[in-house]
Ligand binder design. Structure first.
Ligand code: ADP
Ligand code: MG
Length: 610
């Protein structure tokens, strides 16, 4: 960094090209620079990396960053190198020769920031290196991986504390995560042995995300409509099963969409290739199971569509949160069908062989998972503000109107469901509380299915009593009754509809009202309101700049968003800088990038602005 000492603001501007810190960043940076531990709990996209990267550049020695995923390290190191910061990673993707070389350069003090996989920490050659250099700080990214309660538990994270004990002195420790539940938080602080850490929690609200739940039965139609309306945008479509991923991806490709796929059943090779194609915008649409995404820092993901409802709000928030990391408007759309609940129930009920847990613990985990699934289902069926629902789930209380989710933008009307509800309860009773939602629905609607004949339900007194009511509406009412405790959907093997103490109330209390969307308006409304750009910029110029970015990215073999984010390009297309100095004022343009790319971008801007 030369002889001149920069302060944190100068570092922010010079290397990262930003003018001000975001909420929480400064507190963490100051704490770490004072030599105290810090623990940042901030949502995806909040800017956790900067919280340790800035102090790392101001500290005397080296900062080690422990990170769970190889793709994540590569991305981060790529970004740092682009910004003109010397950084490297040490993980299993390096050949033994490359690894030795990297360690050698690291010993010579070439790197200020070194990313390392947790498994490496206690290996002999790494320890030898660590004992001989000056380590100022150890940062644990994605720190929830240390918690056995989380889904991302990594046993190797438990070695971090041991590693720190082997060092001759204790470096400053910082930990970061986007997972906020209390158990996980406590686990992190204890397992990493944080010493009296400054805990910084910023709000979980991601203001640039638009939340939508869609119950249209034609899921594929919805996806195609969305993709047609938002061409050239990058996004992820999550499915519950590998099979759905394959089918949907194939169908999209047949319809001319540049899509690729990712799930745990593919070869390592194909996964790496598909991921790369997505990162480089060769295939801007990724169809994937939840195996995809941790460690994907692609900043220009404009939408995340859930083709199926995920298992819990935690997963949903994390997956949907991969949209809009650059702070620009992005859409999170969940395509809900009641059948998703059944699949999730099934997945939860799968026997898990895990030596880590006793039988009781396994049962406890299953119970918790079921409770979480229930909350997730409530999210999909509520008429209340979706954003508020999520935030409450994480213990944050806001107003119950955000104005930026499909519920807030939908007009509801009260539907009198008294008769249907009574018919449903009668049917559950008359069949001896033995059947699930599908049988009940089909019986009431009078469907002509083999299963009903087999169950003897075609002869039931309720058969066809709701012939006039569409099947989806019957399901919706059953869900409503379950949400409000008038019935219980439960079961060990498969979900069965049962009566509760409150079932009788349906016959006494009149009328029973359920809020439903004014169908037609809902669709048009969402189309208009979802994802409108906040910035006013020159679209044609933006397109040109995107092309230039892609060229450069290909030349340098880095993903386009590492050259410049969408936000930077939009800002350029709005400001149309003419000089180097003006170029430096663009969001995300630091000195290094200005030197490297300034001329090229200024040229295109000048040409286009004639
Ligand atoms: P996460 O908290 O999910 O780890 P990242 O550290 O990856 O988030 O940051 C998300 C995005 O926000 C990155 O593109 C980063 O450059 C940007 N960012 C971080 N801090 C700032 C800031 N102070 N001003 C503007 N953009 C920022
Ligand atoms: Mg991060």
């Amino acid at each position: 960094m030369g002889g001149i000492l920069l302060d944190k603001y100068q570092i922010l501007k010079k290397y990262f090209g930003y003018d001000s810190f975001r909420n929480g960043q400064e507190t963490i940076i100051d704490t770490l620079l004072e030599g105290k531990d810090a623990f940042g709990i901030m949502p995806t996209g909040a800017g956790k990396s900067l919280c340790y990267q800035v102090p790392a550049l101001l500290m005397k020695g080296i900062t080690l960053v422990i990170s769970p995923l190889i793709s994540l390290m590569k991305d981060q190191v790529g970004t740092l190198n682009q910004a003109g910061i010397h950084a490297a990673y040490l993980n299993a993707t390096l050949t033994p020769g490359q690894y030795r070389k990297a360690l050698q350069l690291a010993s010579e003090g070439r790197y200020k920031i070194i990313y390392v996989a947790p498994e490496r920490l206690l290996m002999e050659d790494f320890l030898r290196f660590a004992l001989q250099v000056n380590i100022s700080m150890v940062t644990v990214d994605e720190a929830h991986c240390v918690s056995q309660w989380g889904q991302d538990f990594r046993p190797s994270y438990l070695k971090i504390a041991d590693f720190i004990h082997t060092l001759p002195y204790r470096p400053v420790l910082s930990a970061f995560t986007a997972t906020a539940t209390k158990e996980v938080k406590d686990d992190i602080a204890v397992s990493l042995e944080l010493q009296n850490p400054e805990i910084v929690t910023t709000g979980f609200d991601r203001k640039n995300l638009f939340y939508q739940v869609n119950t249209n039965k034609d899921k594929f139609g919805e996806v195609m409509a969305y993709l047609t309306e938002h061409p050239a945008e990058s996004g992820i479509i999550y499915c519950l099963t590998r099979k759905t991923v394959e089918e949907l991806c194939e169908k999209l490709i047949r319809h001319g969409i540049l899509a690729t796929r990712y799930h745990a059943g593919l070869s390592d090779q194909e996964r790496a290739k598909n991921q790369e194609e997505f990162l480089y915008d060769v295939s801007p649409v990724m169809v994937a199971t939840n195996a995809f995404g941790m460690g994907i820092d692609k900043s220009n993901v404009r939408f995340v569509i859930h083709y199926n409802m995920p298992q819990d709000i935690e997963s949903y928030y994390q997956e949907a949160g991969r949209a809009g990391r650059d702070g620009e408007e992005a859409n999170c759309i969940l395509l809900y069908s009641p059948h998703d609940v059944v699949i999730n129930q099934f997945l939860i009920d799968q026997p898990v062989e895990n030596e880590m847990f006793t039988k009781e613990e396994t049962l406890l985990i299953k119970e918790r998972n079921k409770e979480r699934l229930k909350q997730m289902t409530f999210y999909c069926t509520t008429n209340q503000c979706l954003r508020d629902f999520i935030l409450r789930y994480f213990g944050e209380y806001t107003s119950n109107y955000c104005g930026k989710c499909s519920n807030c933008l939908t007009e509801f009307v009260d539907l009198d469901i008294t008769e249907s509800a009574q018919a449903i309860i009668s049917c559950v009773k008359s069949c001896g509380q033995r059947f699930g939602m599908t049988v009940i629905t089909d019986t009431l609607h009078g469907s002509n299915s083999a299963k009903l004949k087999q169950n003897g339900m075609t002869g039931n007194s309720c058969f066809g009593s709701l012939k006039e009511v569409p099947v989806y509406r019957i399901r919706q009412i059953i869900q409503f009754l379950s949400n409000h405790g008038y019935i219980l959907v439960t079961g060990d093997q498969y979900p069965v509809v049962k009566l509760t103490d409150r079932s009788r109330e349906v016959f006494d209390k009149k009328p029973l009202l359920m809020k439903v969307a004014k169908e037609q308006e809902k669709k048009d409304e969402n189309k208009k309101k979802s994802h409108t750009d906040s910035m006013d910029y020159d679209y044609a110029l933006f397109d040109e700049l995107r092309k230039l970015r892609l060229e450069i990215a290909k030349e340098e073999r880095v993903p386009p968003y590492i050259v410049f984010s969408d936000k930077s390009l939009k800002d350029m297309s709005a400001r149309k800088p003419k000089t180097r100095k003006e170029f430096l004022e663009v969001n995300g343009v630091g000195e290094n990038k200005c030197n490297k790319y300034g001329t090229k971008f200024l040229e295109v801007i000048a040409k286009k602005s004639l």
